[in-house]
Design a protein around this ligand. Structure first.
Ligand code: SF4
Length: 95
């Protein structure tokens, strides 16, 4: 089974289990750092492409990445499978 999931609950200790299925919805680089420290991969929006961090990749469905896929096919936003899951955080420019 494949899915995508996003949560703003990542900052709460009681939501730690969600890291296995959901991305941490983040708004700032500080959010990303905190979410990653808590074991979450992150999904972050910003108005500027230049804001993308080295730990983030552009959503491949975004305009800036050439709209190469869709969420239904991509499914990169499915949380963190465990400590060995080295997939990057996701970044997208808001329009
Ligand atoms: S297309 Fe973008 S938003 Fe959708 S699952 Fe992939 S990375 Fe995440």
């Amino acid at each position: 089974m494949k899915w995508t999931g996003y949560t703003h609950q990542w900052m709460y200790a009681t939501a730690q289990h969600l890291s296995k299925t959901c991305m941490a919805s983040c708004h700032t680089p500080e959010d990303v750092e905190q979410a990653n420290t808590k074991g979450f991969r992150s999904f972050r929006t910003s108005s500027l492409l230049a804001d993308k961090l080295p730990s983030e990749i552009l959503c491949p469905a975004s305009k800036e990445a050439g709209q190469r896929t869709s969420c239904a096919r991509c499914k990169l936003c499915d949380g963190k499978r465990g400590p060995d899951d080295k997939r990057k955080n996701i970044f997208i420019v808001m329009h």
